[in-house]
Design a protein around this ligand. Structure first.
Ligand SMILES: N[C@@H](CCC(=O)N[C@@H](CS)C(=O)NCC(=O)O)C(=O)O
Length: 326
């Protein structure tokens, strides 16, 4: 684990000494947008037009943020248009690398051995954490974006003219609801599990833990009489929640001490998780071997032995019965 300082790699764990033991996630630095015609998007610069074969996605199957982008690539039928490299789930002294773990791939586009080389190629003097996902532009030889929330929005609509797929996971009439849900769920659940797990004081851990389970209780309640977060239609908000839920019982309960309840114990959230997991194409994006290996092997401040638990037994393919909610 480490970061780039003026384009030079430094092996260094998160510093929580100045924040009362609280983990604070850094803002992503590359915020350009792919748009249908190359016009600038909501942030960054223009010049990134949607084209088949032009863009490449660097992901880890382990990472919940990268997982969102893989799901959108699948749901929006972008697999033939956007190529992918998968890093090794074991993140060590050199950060993310291209290794030989089953299901990981080499970097066929840039021939890098470590992900930070991609960042240095895009910005030789960069001072930044080196995170997945990264959306790379093969034409300009640079990073378009390393912010998953933006990448899934681009995938949702920028390539529609090329794919003919006009399915919309951020429909105008639901945007206010989706934005409000995203804000709460990001803070308390998606990032909340990290705030609990990476806390280095009891108080910081408890603060994150309480907010996380308050929110999960509220979401379970909300999902008791509607199939998805905004009603009868799956949206971006559901896919953003899904990638945390699918890691929860396998990793966050034990490794991040998020153990008041498992998702399996929640009557609605457990079926909801299975419903989304069984959505066509989604199961193939879920690699629990990468997920468990990544967290338990990489975070040696939390698990110094690097022993990876064999359980729990999960049955995400069991019937969920949620079609009845309409
Ligand atoms: N805001 C980013 C966060 C991505 C992120 O933090 N990814 C983690 C993996 S789950 C990572 O690469 N961490 C490496 C590090 O922090 O050094 C996004 O949503 O795209």
């Amino acid at each position: 684990m480490g970061l780039l300082v003026d384009g030079v790699w430094r092996d260094q764990w998160y510093d929580t000494s100045k924040t009362g033991g609280r983990f604070e996630r850094q803002a992503s630095q590359f915020r350009n947008w792919v748009t249908p015609d190359g016009e600038p998007g909501p942030s960054g610069e223009g010049g990134f037009a949607a084209e088949a074969g032009r863009y490449h996605l660097y992901v880890s199957y382990a990472c919940p943020w990268a997982h969102r982008t893989l799901i959108f690539r699948k749901l929006k039928r972008l697999e033939d248009l956007i190529s992918v490299s998968v890093v090794d789930p074991r993140m060590g002294d050199e950060g993310w690398t291209f290794g030989d773990f089953p299901g990981a791939t080499p970097d066929e586009v840039n021939g890098a051995r470590r992900l930070y080389e991609i960042y240095v190629k895009a910005a030789p003097k960069a001072t930044t954490r080196v995170t997945v996902p990264v959306l790379w532009d093969k034409a300009r030889g640079t990073i378009v974006s390393n912010e998953s929330a933006d990448i899934i929005r681009m995938f949702n609509s920028a390539f529609d003219d090329l794919t003919g797929d006009t399915g919309d996971f951020y429909p105008p009439r639901l945007r206010a609801d989706i934005d409000a849900l995203n804000a709460r769920i990001y803070e308390r659940v998606n990032n909340g599990v990290y705030r609990a797990g990476f806390a280095t004081t009891q108080a910081a851990y408890e603060e994150a833990f309480e907010a996380l389970f308050d929110e999960l209780d509220a979401l379970d309640d909300r999902l008791s009489d509607q199939r998805f977060l905004t009603g009868g239609q799956a949206t971006e908000a559901d896919w953003r929640l899904f990638t945390t839920l699918v890691r929860f019982d396998a990793v966050y309960v034990g490794h991040f001490k998020c153990n008041r309840r498992r998702i399996a114990d929640y009557p609605s959230l457990s079926g909801y998780l299975r419903d989304l997991h069984q959505w066509p194409g989604v199961r193939e994006t879920v690699r629990l071997d990468h997920i468990k290996t990544h967290y338990y092997w990489s975070h040696t401040t939390i698990n110094p032995t690097r022993v990876i638990p064999l359980g729990p037994a999960l049955d995400l393919d069991a019937p969920h019965g949620r079609e009845a909610l309409g």
